[in-house]
Design a protein around this ligand. Structure first.
Ligand code: GLN
Length: 483
């Protein structure tokens, strides 16, 4: 019997190599776990019918002595990451019946270059818009720690798939926190790479200037393996950037530190102390800081007065891009089609039926901030503020290596608690959004639990580094978790 709760990618690879179990056995254990648990947890929208076939192929390669970082490891993918010949719905009714003709670059790398078994697709908020999976057209996923609570979102299904021990690894997408926030709510590791490190080709776009694919895992070491598997320049995504360009950009702005020096952590005090942050979260954060100090990290306060505008900037830029990206769902090119009296009516009817309330809200918001009378006041100002925030943060990285904040202002909330008030839901991203605004890489690691109604709810702390400095995130994350 394979006990998935005891395995990591690293340990499972060892066992596969030693022949302690096969990839078919491991994949079957995942299928069984989904059968047993997912009726309640609802992490998966589909387990791919070719998963066991892929595993059998992996076993042949393992037998032949081939050694790849993820060979034979089942990996789950958020429902907005395309896999050839499989459905993808981005958690929306509007993509009903859509089957992808192509693999996303991430999937191609996972399958062809690193040997992963592409296991299935996971539930998410519709078009990645949300913080709880309550916006999925297929019903929410549940937090394995307390099923009366949300797992976070939008990549909630991917988080639950790992935290609920149904797979060892998964990928999500992060536009404003959608990997890191659910990782914190479910007690696992989640990471958003530097913008441009992972190709967005084949990721169904939400807000293209902010979206990145990234991993969920039980350990930082596993997250690093997953990140390395998908990163890299891709001719199909002209925004992808190589390591050297980042290094050049860092030295041009005076941010080139010697890698061997002791890492310094900066704490944006006024930001961490902001209103709405749960006292238990603050306490947990202070404990995490003490732990870093005990590990030999230098900790200092930094002043980043513009960071608090990140969420406001995000909720202008993101809907603007959403309104434009989602114009393609017109009832003709993909998925759902509803007949009206003419083409324009087809469009309105299809979109009215196919999109949920949150998606429609953001399309309307985005259209508004881009409209000719308001463009300068909203979109134009937000672009300037984005530059200001980015400059301020990158300036700080001349003096510190890592920024530390809580990942979320509260532990996982209950179903329905925030659905009536979208603004309160948006606040769940207050700490995660700055990394998307600035493009910086950011890693959420579990930092303990807080008791609520007899359940120990996980909390996370968030490390953010300068562009291209994923190495520092992994180093600090591993040391913190004692890996
Ligand atoms: N929760 C945020 C939102 O609703 C972030 C979404 C994301 O990162 N995809 O927009």
């Amino acid at each position: 019997m394979i006990d998935l709760s005891k395995l990591t990618i690293v340990s499972a690879r060892e066992s596969l190599k030693k022949g302690e179990f096969t990839s078919v056995e491991l994949t079957q254990a995942c299928v069984d776990a989904v059968k047993e648990k997912d009726g309640e947890l609802h992490a998966f929208l589909e387990v791919f019918d070719d998963a066991l076939g892929q595993a059998a192929m992996a076993d042949k390669q393992i037998k032949a002595g081939i050694d790849l970082p993820l060979l034979g490891i089942p990996v789950a993918l958020k429902d907005n990451i395309l896999v050839a010949n499989h459905k993808a719905s981005a958690g929306s009714k509007i993509l009903e019946g859509f089957v992808s003709a192509v693999d996303s670059t991430a999937v191609r790398k996972l399958q062809q270059e690193t040997g992963a078994v592409i296991f299935g697709r996971t539930n998410c908020d519709e078009f990645a818009m949300g913080s709880s999976t309550e916006n999925s057209a297929f019903g929410p996923s549940k937090n394995p720690v307390d099923t009366s609570r949300v797992p976070g979102g939008s990549s909630g299904g991917s988080a639950v798939a790992v935290a609920g021990h149904m797979v060892l690894a998964s990928f999500g997408s992060d536009t404003g926190g959608s990997i890191r926030q659910p990782a914190a709510f479910t007690g696992i590791v989640g990471m958003k790479p530097t913008y441009g490190r992972v190709s967005r080709s084949g990721l169904i776009a939400m807000a293209s200037s902010l979206d990145q694919i990234g991993p969920f895992a039980k350990t930082v070491a596993d997250a690093e393996i997953l990140y390395n598997a998908v990163k890299g320049v891709d001719p199909l995504d002209s925004t992808t950037i190589d390591e050297k360009t980042f290094a050049d950009s860092r030295s041009a702005s005076g941010n080139s530190r010697q890698t061997s020096s002791r890492l310094t952590i900066g704490v944006p005090r006024e930001f961490v102390e902001s209103e709405g942050v749960d006292p238990d979260v603050k306490k947990n954060f202070e404990e995490a800081l003490e732990k870093f100090k005990a590990l030999g990290y230098e900790v200092k306060d930094v002043s980043l007065p513009h960071l608090k505008y990140s969420l406001a900037v995000y909720y202008i830029l993101m809907p603007a891009e959403v309104s434009s990206n989602l114009a393609r769902f017109d009832g003709v090119k993909y998925g759902l089609h509803v007949d009206g009296a003419n083409g324009i009516e087809d469009y309105f009817k299809t979109r009215a039926l196919g999109f949920g309330a949150e998606v429609r809200r953001r399309v309307i918001l985005g259209t508004y901030v881009l409209s000719s009378g308001y463009h300068d006041a909203y979109y134009g100002s937000a672009v300037l503020a984005k530059q200001l925030i980015t400059r301020e943060l990158r300036e700080a990285f001349k003096d510190i290596d890592l920024l530390l904040t809580p990942t979320t202002p509260t532990p996982a909330f209950k179903f329905g608690e925030k659905t009536a008030d979208p603004l309160s839901m948006y606040l769940a991203d207050i700490f995660t959004v700055p990394a998307n605004i600035s493009g910086c890489p950011s890693l959420s690691i579990p930092s303990g639990t807080v008791e609520r109604e007899g359940k120990n709810l996980p909390l996370g702390v968030l490390l953010t580094a300068d562009l291209g400095r994923e190495d520092d995130l992994f180093t600090a994350g591993k040391e913190f978790l004692g890996e």
